[in-house]
Design a protein around this ligand. Sequence first.
Ligand SMILES: O=P(O)(O)OC[C@H]1O[C@H](OP(=O)(O)OP(=O)(O)O)[C@H](O)[C@@H]1O
Ligand SMILES: NC(=O)CC[C@H](N)C(=O)O
Ligand SMILES: [Mg+2]
Length: 471
Amino acid sequence: MPYEVKSLNEECGVFGIWGHPEAAQLTYFGLHALQHRGQEGAGILSNNEGQLQRHRDLGLVTEVFRHEKDLQKLSGKAAMGHVRYATAGSAELNNIQPFHFKFQDTQLGLAHNGNLTNALSLRRELEAQGAIFSSSSDTEILAHLIRRSHHPEFMGKVKEALNTVKGGFAYLLMTEDSLIAALDPNGFRPLSIGKMSNGALVVASETCAFDVIGAEFVQEVKPGQIIQINDQGLHVEQFTDKTNTQICSMEYIYFARPDSVIAGVNVHTARKQSGRILAREAQIDADMVIGVPNSSLSAASGYAEESGLPYEMGLIKNQYVARTFIQPTQELREQGVRMKLSAVSSVVEGKKVIMVDDSIVRGTTSRRIVRLLKDAGAAEVHVVIASPPLAYPCFYGIDIQKREELIAANHSVDEICQIIGADSLTFLSQEGLVEAIGHDNLCLSYFDGIYPTPLYDYEENYLKSLGGKSV
Ligand SMILES: O=P(O)(O)OC[C@H]1O[C@H](OP(=O)(O)OP(=O)(O)O)[C@H](O)[C@@H]1O
Ligand SMILES: NC(=O)CC[C@H](N)C(=O)O
Ligand SMILES: [Mg+2]
């Protein structure tokens, strides 16, 4: 399967539109802007006067829609799409979204960014009651809950289902006559509403998808909200009032595109600010600052500005060899990093270099790059990381679910420094991170292990990995 070699994988991206004659085309452009959120598969489902049609496949958006006819057949003035990186269920075609359910009386489209923490137990219960699943993904569960609800109204059924699933979810649903968006009570994942000049309403995981289609930002979907969009406009309700906003801090640190805005904060600005604060906290004597392309470049520019050191291009990313086959072994991950980045010897030779990266997960990237820079002649390599040590897994939509994988869960900062071969290693403090982002409605569980919800099906194994410490 085509795939970019990444150390830290993204989640998923959703996009929906109601009220435009070229709805599927615009969804294609929107998904293209969200491609960084998932590269395993993509799909679009359109709604032509109540007739839903879908095309999906494994691969990047441009590969899935390489034949124009596949997009052209998706007619109608409403559509929704998805780019996937799996968190639950394998990377096979059956799990690629949007899902399209055809019942004898109606049809339903479903797309999901996030990860349910009670998916296994719900599935067990549903199967015991006779449900037959068509995929191994957690996403499908919502459709079963909606169809099995005894509530007399469709929206009532959806609300009941949304109150049954737990964990992280930004959902889009397409019915015959409306597009529905819903966000979990913690609002872990970003989800925003925009408007086009013809009045069409759009929903997207990130605001960068609005810019490519000329839509204007209107409002965010708030935690616990369900928003129905149809020919009458936009109808906002809460499916629960028990909310506690906890936006995933890794969205700001790494996942989201720098041009996106989450909770009123531009991602590049937050990253740049984190670099500035890191420079104040680290105070390292050096000749230059370099970033690790792509995601740490904003933080590196902030670090350079604050420290007054020159910002140099010491590492080059090869934009073309990055695509290869999924090979999730450590050895091949290292191979991927090597293919991806080269050090510029004429820039770093004989110099004391500060290398800024946004995060250390397994330590593969930092170790490899320190070696690259030293092989290229750097006299000293000081690694500074624009986030605190990542020592706890995420259960709300990212693929880091095992503590054993995380270098900071198993080693002190000094040990990590030795393992990656750096001359010094400094992490941004948690307070510094919060200050950089500028609000404290953040999920920081990666760093402090404090989870804002029970972990349900994951709890037992997680507790074992902690050696009995309670969550
Ligand atoms: O410690 P590790 O396990 O190596 O993971 C950390 C690295 O992973 C991410 O980059 P990634 O290579 O995924 O892609 P990027 O080009 O978007 O920065 C992140 O920006 C770090 O560089
Ligand atoms: N990364 C995601 O948001 C994935 C959505 C869903 N859990 C899946 O695995 O398909
Ligand atoms: Mg990186």
